[in-house]
Design a protein. Structure first.
Length: 219
Protein backbone atom coordinates (compact mmCIF):
# COMPACT_ATOMS: atom_id res chain seq x y z
CA UNK A 1 0.00 0.00 0.00
CA UNK A 2 1.33 3.39 -1.01
CA UNK A 3 2.12 5.64 1.98
CA UNK A 4 2.18 9.43 1.58
CA UNK A 5 5.36 11.39 2.20
CA UNK A 6 3.30 13.74 4.35
CA UNK A 7 -0.22 13.21 5.73
CA UNK A 8 -3.31 14.96 4.50
CA UNK A 9 -4.62 17.05 7.42
CA UNK A 10 -8.38 17.54 7.27
CA UNK A 11 -9.65 20.89 8.49
CA UNK A 12 -12.91 21.88 10.07
CA UNK A 13 -14.13 25.06 8.46
CA UNK A 14 -16.86 27.60 8.92
CA UNK A 15 -17.64 31.03 7.56
CA UNK A 16 -18.61 34.15 9.47
CA UNK A 17 -20.93 36.10 7.19
CA UNK A 18 -22.25 39.60 7.77
CA UNK A 19 -24.03 42.21 5.71
CA UNK A 20 -21.79 45.08 4.65
CA UNK A 21 -22.88 48.70 4.25
CA UNK A 22 -23.11 48.35 0.47
CA UNK A 23 -26.24 47.70 -1.55
CA UNK A 24 -27.43 48.14 -5.11
CA UNK A 25 -30.92 48.98 -6.38
CA UNK A 26 -29.97 49.24 -10.06
CA UNK A 27 -27.46 47.66 -12.40
CA UNK A 28 -25.52 50.92 -12.54
CA UNK A 29 -25.26 50.86 -8.75
CA UNK A 30 -24.17 47.21 -8.85
CA UNK A 31 -21.38 48.14 -11.23
CA UNK A 32 -20.26 51.03 -9.00
CA UNK A 33 -20.37 48.96 -5.81
CA UNK A 34 -18.45 46.07 -7.38
CA UNK A 35 -15.53 48.41 -7.99
CA UNK A 36 -15.05 49.00 -4.25
CA UNK A 37 -16.57 45.88 -2.64
CA UNK A 38 -14.16 43.98 -0.41
CA UNK A 39 -12.47 40.77 -1.49
CA UNK A 40 -14.39 39.01 1.30
CA UNK A 41 -17.64 40.15 -0.30
CA UNK A 42 -16.68 38.93 -3.77
CA UNK A 43 -15.53 35.62 -2.27
CA UNK A 44 -18.88 35.23 -0.54
CA UNK A 45 -21.00 35.83 -3.63
CA UNK A 46 -18.95 33.58 -5.94
CA UNK A 47 -17.02 30.87 -4.06
CA UNK A 48 -19.04 30.66 -0.86
CA UNK A 49 -22.40 30.54 -2.64
CA UNK A 50 -21.48 27.08 -3.93
CA UNK A 51 -21.72 25.85 -0.36
CA UNK A 52 -24.97 27.68 0.31
CA UNK A 53 -26.59 26.05 -2.71
CA UNK A 54 -24.76 22.73 -2.56
CA UNK A 55 -28.08 20.85 -2.71
CA UNK A 56 -29.21 22.53 -5.95
CA UNK A 57 -28.52 21.27 -9.46
CA UNK A 58 -30.33 24.02 -11.33
CA UNK A 59 -30.10 27.78 -11.31
CA UNK A 60 -27.15 30.12 -11.63
CA UNK A 61 -23.82 29.62 -9.93
CA UNK A 62 -23.29 32.98 -8.27
CA UNK A 63 -25.37 35.61 -6.51
CA UNK A 64 -24.81 38.30 -9.14
CA UNK A 65 -26.42 36.13 -11.81
CA UNK A 66 -29.29 35.11 -9.52
CA UNK A 67 -30.06 38.75 -8.70
CA UNK A 68 -29.90 40.08 -12.26
CA UNK A 69 -32.35 37.39 -13.34
CA UNK A 70 -34.80 37.43 -10.41
CA UNK A 71 -34.68 41.11 -9.43
CA UNK A 72 -33.72 42.84 -12.69
CA UNK A 73 -35.32 40.49 -15.21
CA UNK A 74 -32.22 40.46 -17.38
CA UNK A 75 -31.68 36.81 -18.36
CA UNK A 76 -28.99 37.57 -20.96
CA UNK A 77 -26.86 39.40 -18.40
CA UNK A 78 -27.51 36.67 -15.84
CA UNK A 79 -26.21 34.05 -18.27
CA UNK A 80 -23.09 36.08 -18.95
CA UNK A 81 -22.36 36.53 -15.24
CA UNK A 82 -23.02 32.85 -14.60
CA UNK A 83 -20.56 31.87 -17.32
CA UNK A 84 -17.61 32.76 -15.08
CA UNK A 85 -15.92 29.54 -14.02
CA UNK A 86 -14.25 30.08 -10.65
CA UNK A 87 -11.94 27.14 -11.31
CA UNK A 88 -10.08 29.33 -13.80
CA UNK A 89 -9.28 32.12 -11.32
CA UNK A 90 -6.37 32.42 -8.93
CA UNK A 91 -7.34 35.77 -7.40
CA UNK A 92 -10.44 37.70 -6.42
CA UNK A 93 -9.06 40.69 -8.35
CA UNK A 94 -9.30 38.71 -11.59
CA UNK A 95 -12.92 37.79 -10.87
CA UNK A 96 -13.74 41.43 -10.10
CA UNK A 97 -12.21 42.57 -13.39
CA UNK A 98 -14.28 40.12 -15.43
CA UNK A 99 -17.50 40.94 -13.57
CA UNK A 100 -16.96 44.64 -14.24
CA UNK A 101 -16.16 44.00 -17.89
CA UNK A 102 -19.37 42.01 -18.38
CA UNK A 103 -21.51 44.65 -16.65
CA UNK A 104 -19.84 47.55 -18.46
CA UNK A 105 -20.38 45.92 -21.86
CA UNK A 106 -24.00 45.10 -21.08
CA UNK A 107 -24.82 48.62 -19.85
CA UNK A 108 -23.17 50.09 -22.92
CA UNK A 109 -25.27 47.89 -25.20
CA UNK A 110 -28.49 48.35 -23.20
CA UNK A 111 -28.32 51.76 -21.47
CA UNK A 112 -32.05 51.84 -20.71
CA UNK A 113 -31.51 49.02 -18.19
CA UNK A 114 -28.87 50.87 -16.19
CA UNK A 115 -31.14 52.86 -13.87
CA UNK A 116 -34.24 50.68 -13.87
CA UNK A 117 -34.98 49.90 -10.22
CA UNK A 118 -34.74 46.25 -9.28
CA UNK A 119 -37.63 44.40 -7.66
CA UNK A 120 -35.44 44.08 -4.55
CA UNK A 121 -31.99 45.42 -3.64
CA UNK A 122 -28.78 43.44 -3.72
CA UNK A 123 -27.08 43.42 -0.31
CA UNK A 124 -23.34 42.82 -0.29
CA UNK A 125 -22.30 40.29 2.35
CA UNK A 126 -18.82 39.37 3.46
CA UNK A 127 -17.56 35.89 4.32
CA UNK A 128 -14.54 35.25 6.52
CA UNK A 129 -13.24 31.70 6.84
CA UNK A 130 -12.41 30.12 10.19
CA UNK A 131 -10.44 26.89 9.77
CA UNK A 132 -8.88 24.61 12.37
CA UNK A 133 -7.32 21.14 12.22
CA UNK A 134 -10.01 18.51 12.72
CA UNK A 135 -7.66 16.04 14.38
CA UNK A 136 -8.10 13.64 11.46
CA UNK A 137 -5.39 12.90 8.94
CA UNK A 138 -4.66 10.34 6.25
CA UNK A 139 -1.39 8.78 5.13
CA UNK A 140 -2.90 6.29 2.66
CA UNK A 141 -5.70 6.40 0.12
CA UNK A 142 -7.72 3.96 2.21
CA UNK A 143 -7.54 6.28 5.23
CA UNK A 144 -8.36 9.24 2.98
CA UNK A 145 -11.50 7.58 1.64
CA UNK A 146 -12.68 6.55 5.10
CA UNK A 147 -12.44 10.10 6.42
CA UNK A 148 -13.86 11.68 3.27
CA UNK A 149 -17.04 9.60 3.59
CA UNK A 150 -17.78 11.27 6.94
CA UNK A 151 -16.43 14.73 6.15
CA UNK A 152 -18.79 17.66 6.62
CA UNK A 153 -19.98 19.65 3.62
CA UNK A 154 -18.24 22.72 5.08
CA UNK A 155 -14.86 20.97 5.18
CA UNK A 156 -15.38 19.54 1.71
CA UNK A 157 -16.10 23.02 0.38
CA UNK A 158 -12.98 24.36 2.13
CA UNK A 159 -10.65 21.74 0.64
CA UNK A 160 -12.19 21.40 -2.82
CA UNK A 161 -13.45 24.89 -3.72
CA UNK A 162 -12.08 27.59 -1.42
CA UNK A 163 -8.57 26.11 -1.72
CA UNK A 164 -8.31 27.47 -5.23
CA UNK A 165 -7.67 30.97 -3.91
CA UNK A 166 -4.98 29.93 -1.43
CA UNK A 167 -1.40 30.12 -2.73
CA UNK A 168 0.52 28.28 -3.97
CA UNK A 169 -2.21 25.93 -5.21
CA UNK A 170 -3.85 28.39 -7.58
CA UNK A 171 -5.99 26.14 -9.77
CA UNK A 172 -5.65 22.95 -7.70
CA UNK A 173 -7.88 21.80 -4.88
CA UNK A 174 -6.25 20.51 -1.69
CA UNK A 175 -6.96 16.86 -2.52
CA UNK A 176 -5.34 16.97 -5.97
CA UNK A 177 -2.38 18.86 -4.54
CA UNK A 178 -1.83 16.07 -1.99
CA UNK A 179 -2.28 13.28 -4.54
CA UNK A 180 0.44 14.90 -6.67
CA UNK A 181 2.98 16.06 -4.12
CA UNK A 182 2.71 13.33 -1.46
CA UNK A 183 1.53 10.23 -3.34
CA UNK A 184 2.95 10.80 -6.84
CA UNK A 185 -0.45 10.22 -8.41
CA UNK A 186 -0.81 13.03 -10.97
CA UNK A 187 -3.40 11.10 -12.99
CA UNK A 188 -5.67 10.75 -9.98
CA UNK A 189 -5.08 14.41 -9.15
CA UNK A 190 -6.10 15.46 -12.67
CA UNK A 191 -9.24 13.30 -12.62
CA UNK A 192 -10.36 14.82 -9.32
CA UNK A 193 -9.51 18.34 -10.47
CA UNK A 194 -11.76 17.90 -13.50
CA UNK A 195 -14.88 17.11 -11.45
CA UNK A 196 -17.51 19.66 -12.47
CA UNK A 197 -18.57 21.75 -9.48
CA UNK A 198 -21.41 23.35 -11.44
CA UNK A 199 -23.34 20.27 -12.55
CA UNK A 200 -22.84 18.43 -9.26
CA UNK A 201 -23.88 19.14 -5.71
CA UNK A 202 -21.13 18.92 -3.10
CA UNK A 203 -22.49 15.49 -2.19
CA UNK A 204 -22.08 14.58 -5.84
CA UNK A 205 -18.52 15.90 -5.74
CA UNK A 206 -17.83 13.70 -2.71
CA UNK A 207 -19.15 10.65 -4.55
CA UNK A 208 -17.02 11.36 -7.60
CA UNK A 209 -13.87 11.87 -5.53
CA UNK A 210 -14.47 8.57 -3.74
CA UNK A 211 -15.18 6.80 -7.02
CA UNK A 212 -11.96 8.07 -8.59
CA UNK A 213 -9.83 7.45 -5.50
CA UNK A 214 -11.09 3.93 -4.86
CA UNK A 215 -9.87 2.90 -8.31
CA UNK A 216 -6.32 3.38 -7.04
CA UNK A 217 -6.61 1.56 -3.72
CA UNK A 218 -5.11 -1.70 -5.00
CA UNK A 219 -2.47 -0.15 -7.24
Amino acid sequence: MRVARSPFVFMTAGYLTHISNQRADTLRELYAQLRTASDASLFNHTFQVLEHYHFLRQGFSNDWAQWTLAACNEPRLAEQLASLDIRQYESVAAIRADLLEILERFLREKPDAADRRAFEPFYFCEAHVVALPSGKQATTLAEFCAILRELSIHSLHYHFIAARLRPPLQFLNDFSHWFTTSLDLPELAENVEQIDIYTNTLEGVRSFILEETEKWLER
